[in-house]
Ligand binder design. Sequence first.
Ligand SMILES: [Zn+2]
Length: 216
Amino acid sequence: MALCLKQVFNKDKTFRPRKKFEPGTQRFELYKKAQASLKSGLDLKAVVQLPPGENINDWIAVHLVDFFNRINLIYGTMSEFCTEKTCPIMSGGLRYEYRWQDDYRFKRPTKLSAPQYMCMLMDWIETLINNEDIFPTRIGVPFPKNFQQVCTKILTRLFRVFVHVYIHHFDSIISMGAEAHVNTCYKHFYYFITEFSLVDQRELEPLKEMTDRICH
Ligand SMILES: [Zn+2]
């Protein structure tokens, strides 16, 4: 029942089209700036800080879209190991179980398998970030009042992808030689959400031990 559109129409659900920033726009410049400081080898804790004079919502928007693309890709490369059989419940170990809820098909929190949950999640985020009313790209169009609330919700759910992947598929990460890559993405993400208090501390609990080890 819970196949999402991408699973139905596109067998190669691993690679979704990436959301791109249009060259020439202010957001694109900011994206390039963030990418440049990332590549310069500055420490990740420093690169997430809001550059002087920049708008906080622009900064959040740029990062959120970038994290979405990267996490989506990480899960995509891992998705052959995350199936209905291996992960019939979207969880993070035995202690954490995540239910899906949206405004469309699942109005009540619903148990889904991990791959179903991920598919719903990625579709849901894609729809939101392409919604001009929430993520305006035209110059002079303001962000909605609830912008940061929406971002909190998206980032909270994206964090769960890390929880699931780290707790249930760590051996696959290792066997693919992707540990350093995933860790870097996680650290960057973690520093970002904590810099701006975008995700509730309780949500970070499942990975706390690991976070203490790799994020200083
Ligand atoms: Zn899984």
